[in-house]
Ligand binder design. Structure first.
Ligand SMILES: Nc1ncnc2c1ncn2[C@@H]1O[C@H](COP(=O)(O)OP(=O)(O)OP(=O)(O)O)[C@@H](O)[C@H]1O
Length: 988
């Protein structure tokens, strides 16, 4: 353990504000009893001392930097809470909102539009396997599609998370991706996702505004919060072509219809109706654009914006039209909605003991007119109650609050029925009236958008149901993850003792068991005198036993409450209102009134919701007598399916339990894919990450629980090839590359394990993979980076040495060439000057001689003339004259010889002559340069490089002042020329 915490080791320190802080071990000492004392320094330089003898007492280890922001948390070597949190946070800071955690995709809400769903990105993910590209919703959707296309197995994508985490947005994106035709063979317009929505996609999209208008509301946590769970099944035929879809909904929050807290609102549709309906229609329905006159709307906060309600109303109407609900039907829907608003305004007063409603109460009259129900009968059964005993029927009066309770329960019931009817209408549009698509469908991909685990200051029946659903989903998840892990061990034939993981079965048993909370609640709800207090008393008597010690607790400081230890955390539920909410069914007398209404639309709504045709019950699984191969994810009725109205009414809890059971059965038949949405802060601020809040969600979403399961086995598993290629550097050089070349990866893995001294209990060799226990990978990574650092150090210095040597050699050569060239140029210039001077001197000398000869001639002629004059008769035949003439002609010959100047001797031709020393040196240098560069043809290299030699002599100034200055072009070329290819590693 000391080695794990050696100085310099990176760890995490627990911090009350940020959850965890990165820190470094600055010293580690072992005490006498074996306990370690660590001094840790955090990022702010603050030192903390920690002492402990077991790993659980000591700080969590940090992963090596390479793994710290890994896109799959399952690859982290140290799988612990802070590592997971740190990885998610780091990636979010890098604007990467998606991260894999094994089979789960974590999606952190960006709270602003991100360019991650563009047509290019959609195209990129089509046909790619998970892990090929960055983590993304589309990768999960494509994975599900590929698995379904392969063997026709049904697929389910479960999208969960707390309110406002982004479930609905994610589910919509996933469905859009799946609804797009993928295979060109199936659809010639393979880009239809990108270029425009397909018809089925349009229909599916049309369901969103409808379900959102009737099932979503503004809450403190989300302005558009879905108040129900939904499962949308996209149906495919044998060609894997989408033929339709089916929607199932779960547990609509009914209480919202009659009560909202000040910061929240009722369902959007009521505000849309008041804002969007023309004033004439509003008058006809007794409504007003100022909805504050209605009790069901004025308890909550203001609308987000009037304009958006009006706009959305038009979108809702348009969508209703797309799914086949014409204007007349739409008017009927609005009439029922108006009736509910008027119901809420019925004035119930109180005499000393009894409730009173005025016969002429305008709200009651209007509501009954729209509902087609007799007003006096309605009034009677709102302020009175009939109890049927074995022998007689007793009618008693109700108090005003009780009468208001009855009034509100009728409103909630009618609204829930209307919602159910809408879902049926949507399904008819998506599958065809007679369930055409459902019969043709061979397989499916379902998307479950379900509320995440909830834990508030005050938790009631709704939270109990939601957390019960999450407990069951978590159980399925654990089983699936664990099963997958174990299947891999079996497939790879490693030694593995199957362990029974301590899962959440006991919490589930506590909630749904024969003598569990739901059973006791139902029993109490059916008793005429049952109350919340008696329910709690029974709970404590029956459940507060040693067998349930771990999951059921009686809180010390709350009287009317009980605590359940959920897999995520302990939640205390206030029993106040449990019975009323669980019963939430209308009195039988009211049910009879409603089902015999004179309003045919209302009768149809109720028949649909109660799964009856013309008052007779039908099988909810195949309401049209249609039998589909596709399993139905739950279609439980709102009330029983018995004959007439005298049926035993199931409670809300039992309805929920039964639909959840059907859903779980279906999930077990499918391949499940998980998307866990995380809300990074409560203020809906873009890119703000609150570590503590995310940590709580990671715990609640079961991500950390999965990690606990994983760490029980071999969380890291690598194929032999991947492992060998990454870690072969840890063994002597002679073995690694040769075994890789021969593809003996398994042998290489064994060698790596032996030579690095891996503890034999910490790894196992499978058939194709090596399985590693938690922490092993981190050790290998640190060994690898130490070795790589040493190699890099050597490489750096070697490269430096070689580069320096070559540079100096080159510098010397360049200087030599330059000085030689300068000398040659100077000599040539000097020679020319000298030759010119010589020629001038010769010319002057010749000129002087010619002048002298001319003078002599002149003088001779003068002399001759003088002597002729003296001896005129003897001019011819005189022997003296002949001699003189001969002498003269000799003199002219001499003169012509002297007049020819000296010619400079021409340079010998270069070809065929031996090169000078200078030329030879230049040639040598250039050859050495290109040879050292690795070029095989010096001449080719020369022709490529215009500056391979010093500039021509003519361009060099004679006597250049810097004789030791390297000619710039060559120097630059040298400097530009990479002496070594930087990417070339000595390792490879
Ligand atoms: N991928 C995303 N990109 C941009 N914004 C998003 C994304 N996902 C969610 N959001 C934002 O977060 C808000 C809440 O998302 P959404 O309604 O999907 O939450 P939810 O988990 O379904 O909540 P609830 O359970 O209350 O219905 C959206 O209105 C949207 O503004």
């Amino acid at each position: 353990m000391t080695t794990l915490y050696s100085p310099g080791t990176l760890v995490y320190l627990e911090n009350s504000e940020q959850g965890w802080l990165p820190a470094e071990v600055s010293s580690c000492t072992r005490g006498a009893a074996g306990a370690l004392t660590l001094v840790l320094r955090d990022e702010n330089g603050k030192e903390t001392t920690v002492t402990g003898s077991s790993p659980s007492d000591l700080p969590h280890l940090r992963n090596p930097p390479l793994l710290e922001s890994a896109d799959d948390l399952a690859t982290l070597s140290h799988l612990n809470e802070p590592s997971i949190l740190y990885a998610v946070e780091t990636r979010y800071a890098q604007r990467k909102i998606y991260t894999y955690s094994g089979i789960v995709l974590l999606a952190v809400n960006p709270f602003e539009p991100v360019p991650m769903y563009t047509p290019e990105i959609v195209k990129a993910y089509i046909g790619r396997t998970k892990g090929e590209l960055e983590p993304h919703l589309f990768a999960i959707a494509e994975d599900a599609y590929a698995a379904m296309a392969l063997d026709g197995t049904g697929q389910t994508i479960i999208v969960s998370g707390e309110s406002g985490a982004g479930k609905t947005e994610s589910a919509k994106l996933v469905m859009r991706f799946i609804a797009a035709p993928k295979s060109p063979a199936l659809n010639s317009d393979k880009n239809s996702f990108v270029d425009g929505a397909s018809q089925v996609e349009q229909q599916i999209q049309a369901t969103n505004p409808i379900l959102e208008a009737f099932g979503n509301a503004k809450t403190t946590r989300n302005d558009n919060s879905s108040r129900f769970g939904k499962y949308i099944q996209l149906l495919f035929d044998t060609n894997r072509q989408i033929v339709g879809a089916r929607v199932r909904t779960y547990l609509l929050e009914r209480s919202r219809l009659t009560f909202q807290s000040q910061t929240e609102r009722n369902y959007h549709i009521f505000y849309q109706l008041c804002a969007g309906l023309p004033s004439q229609n509003l008058r006809e329905l007794g409504l007003d654009s100022d909805y504050s006159a209605f009790h069901y709307l004025n308890q909550g906060g203001p609308s987000t914006t009037e304009l958006s309600d009006r706009d959305k109303f038009h979108a809702t109407r348009e969508a209703l039209g797309i799914i086949g609900i014409d204007d007349a039907r739409q008017t009927s829907i609005f009439q029922v909605l108006a009736a509910l608003l008027h119901l809420g305004n019925i004035n119930v007063t109180q005499t000393r003991t009894d409730a009173i409603i005025d016969d002429e109460d305008p709200s009651m009259l209007r509501a009954m007119e729209f509902l087609g129900v007799n007003a006096s009968e309605f009034k009677k059964w709102t302020i009175k109650k009939q109890i049927t005993t074995r022998s007689e029927k007793i009618v008693t009066t109700l108090t005003a609050p009780q009468a208001v309770g009855v009034r509100d329960s009728i409103s909630r019931f009618v609204y829930a029925c209307l919602f159910e009817w809408l879902v049926t209408a949507i399904n008819e549009s998506l599958t065809g009236k007679y369930g055409d698509a459902a019969t043709r469908a061979e397989t499916y991909i379902g998307v479950l958008d379900i509320y995440g685990f909830e834990h508030f200051d005050k938790n009631s029946f709704e939270q109990f149901c939601i957390n019960y659903a999450n407990e069951r989903l978590q159980h399925e998840f654990n089983t699936y993850v664990f099963k997958l892990a174990q299947e891999d061990y079996v497939k790879e034939k490693i030694n593995w003792t199957f362990i029974d993981f301590d899962d959440n079965q006991s919490a589930i048993d506590l909630m749904e068991g024969k003598l569990g909370i739901l059973a006791i609640l139902d029993e109490e709800s059916r008793l005429p005198l049952g109350s919340d207090a008696s329910f709690l008393q029974k709970l404590n008597t029956q459940l507060d036993k040693p067998a349930n010690k771990a999951v059921y607790k009686m809180p010390k400081f709350a009287n009317a409450a009980f605590t359940i230890a959920h897999y995520a955390l302990d939640v205390t539920y206030q029993v106040d209102g449990f019975l009323e909410k669980n019963r939430d069914t209308v009195p039988e007398e009211h049910l009879a009134l409603l089902t015999s209404s004179s309003n045919p639309f209302l009768r149809e709504v109720l028949d649909t919701a109660l799964h009856r045709v013309g008052g007779e019950p039908v099988d909810p699984a195949s309401p049209n007598g249609v039998v589909s191969k596709i399993p139905d994810p739950g279609r439980a009725g709102l009330v029983g399916t018995g004959r007439g109205t005298s049926v035993k009414k199931p409670t809300l809890g039992s309805i929920f339990k039964s639909s959840l059971g059907t859903l779980m059965d279906m999930l077990r038949m499918t391949n499940v894919h998980y998307i866990r949405c995380l809300k990074p802060n409560q203020h809906k601020m873009a890119w703000e990450f609150n570590s503590l809040q995310v940590l709580a969600q990671l715990r609640a979403s079961g991500v950390l629980e999965t990690i606990r399961i994983s760490t029980a086995g071999y969380p890291s598993r690598w194929t032999f090839e991947d492992f060998a290629r990454r870690y072969f550097t840890l063994i002597p050089w002679r073995d690694g590359p040769s075994l890789i070349k021969r593809e003996q990866f398994k042998r290489l893995c064994v060698l790596i394990a032996q030579r690095t001294g891996m503890d034999k209990t910490k790894y196992q060799m499978g058939e194709t993979k090596i399985f590693l226990r938690t922490g092993v990978l981190a050790t290998l990574e640190s060994l690898r980076s130490a070795k790589l650092n040493a190699v890099l150090f050597l490489q750096t210095n070697m490269r430096r040495l070689v580069a320096m040597k070559r540079y100096r050699h080159f510098q010397r050569s360049v200087l030599g060439i330059q000085s030689h060239w300068r000398g040659a140029v100077a000599r040539k210039a000097f020679k020319e000057v000298r030759q010119k001077a010589h020629r001038e001197a010769e010319a002057a000398k010749a000129k002087k001689a010619a002048e002298a000869a001319a003078e002599r001639e002149r003088k001779r002629k003068a002399k001759e003339a003088a002597s002729v004059n003296e001896k005129a008769p003897s001019e011819h035949g005189s022997p003296g004259k002949t001699k003189i003439r001969r002498m003269f002609s000799f003199g002219s010959k001499e003169k012509s010889t002297l007049a020819l100047p000296d010619q400079p001797s021409p340079e010998p031709p270069l070809i065929g002559r031996r090169p000078s020393r200078l030329e030879a040196a230049t040639k040598r240098l250039s050859r050495s340069w290109y040879d050292s560069d690795g070029s095989t043809s010096a001449s080719a290299a020369r022709s490529k490089s215009p500056n391979h030699l010093a500039p021509p002599a003519s361009s060099l100034p004679v006597g250049s002042s810097s004789s030791n200055k390297i000619a710039t072009p060559i120097y630059e070329q040298f400097m530009k020329k990479p002496a070594w290819n930087a990417s070339t590693s000595l390792l490879h």
